[in-house]
Design a protein around this ligand. Structure first.
Ligand code: SF4
Length: 333
């Protein structure tokens, strides 16, 4: 089956700070400065409110408020019982048990969650924490719990990009999360336009290099999956494809995988580059491999060469243009 190149996902040229699509992210309310914490306080996050708000539309939610706990409220925490059951109970009064209420609250938000392209959660919370939440066994805490709301959200929608505000401070985790958000946004745009086998194959072609940066074998198997799609199998294949794609993209791309992808891209220029250009590119890749240059440097050099010698596949790929350049997510060493 041939790829219909007229069937495209949204143009990457749209991704600028001044013209950004409406990408919806769920956010723990307290991170936006809302006074919803048990003690009436908040956990305003300057990066989310001051920087990410230029690119995303936030929809805030506090599960503890949603189940009617109010402000102020008794503090709650996670406790592992003797039968290994994990409960979310009051710190001072363990008869207060809101576990089921939090699970039901999460499930009741499923259609809203399905409308999102990502979710930023508050770390350490027995409701919102994504990982390493204090879990008490015989009054001894261990950092091995998952907040009840966060756990049920991830269970219901394993493909949804979810991250904690604390982990967004890590440049590689931040880049990985934002990239997944944009991939899911483009997928949702395709679905809302009406997915066809051609659009699916084109979507895969545009994201193949991004997948290769995580897992080359997965890029191949997903390629085989979409190559066999028919109108009758489209729904099933599309569901399988997006789930496997988004789970694959949770892996942070290694430097070695990026180098492999960059060398693969360089291969499209082998007839256009002279010996000096090739030597410069190889040297830049080696400097990136050894941590002396950020990823943006070899990408900028490659883009410079492709401006002079355009290539349809590279031009349509999102690998070198995954989100607005102004976000500067590839500039860190
Ligand atoms: S961490 Fe979650 S439950 Fe706690 S105050 Fe923030 S939004 Fe509400």
């Amino acid at each position: 089956m041939s790829v219909d190149n007229s069937a495209t996902t949204p143009s990457r040229d749209r991704y600028t700070k001044t013209f950004t699509p409406n990408i919806k992210l769920g956010v723990s309310s307290c991170l936006l400065g809302e006074h919803v914490r048990y003690d009436g306080g908040h956990k305003h996050n300057a990066y989310i409110v001051g920087t990410l708000s230029d690119y995303f539309t936030f929809e805030s939610f506090c599960p503890e408020m949603a189940i009617g706990l109010g402000v102020p409220r008794p503090a709650i925490h996670l406790v592992k019982q003797s039968n290994d059951d994990i409960r979310c109970v009051g710190v001072k009064d363990s008869r207060i048990d809101v576990t089921e209420q939090l699970v039901e609250c999460t499930d009741s938000q499923k259609s809203w969650h399905e409308s999102l392209c990502g979710y930023i959660l508050k770390k350490d919370s027995p409701s919102c924490g994504m990982e390493r939440v204090k879990l008490y066994t015989n009054n001894q805490p261990r950092r091995e719990g998952v907040g009840i709301y966060a756990g049920q959200l991830i269970k219901n929608l394993p493909y949804l990009p979810v991250e904690e505000e604390g982990r967004l401070g890590d440049a590689r985790l931040r880049e990985n999360f934002i990239q997944r958000v944009y991939v899911l946004y483009r997928w949702k745009s395709c679905v809302s336009q009406g997915l066809t086998p051609s659009i699916l194959m084109n979507f895969h072609s545009q994201h193949k290099l991004i997948i290769m940066s995580r897992d080359q074998n997965k890029a191949r198997t997903l390629g085989h999956l979409v190559a066999q799609v028919t109108k009758d199998s489209l729904d099933n294949v599309a569901n399988q494809y997006i789930n496997e794609l988004m789970i694959t993209l949770k892996q942070v791309a290694s430097v070695g995988n990026h180098v492999n992808v960059l060398q693969h891209i360089q291969g499209y220029l082998k007839r256009q580059l002279d010996a000096a250009d090739k030597a410069e590119l190889c040297e830049t890749l080696e400097q990136y491999r050894f941590g002396n240059l950020p990823l943006i440097v070899p990408i900028t050099l490659l883009k410079h060469h492709f401006r002079k010698a355009p290539n349809e596949f590279i031009n349509s790929s999102y690998y070198m243009n995954p989100y607005p350049a102004e976000m500067k997510l590839l500039n860190s060493l």
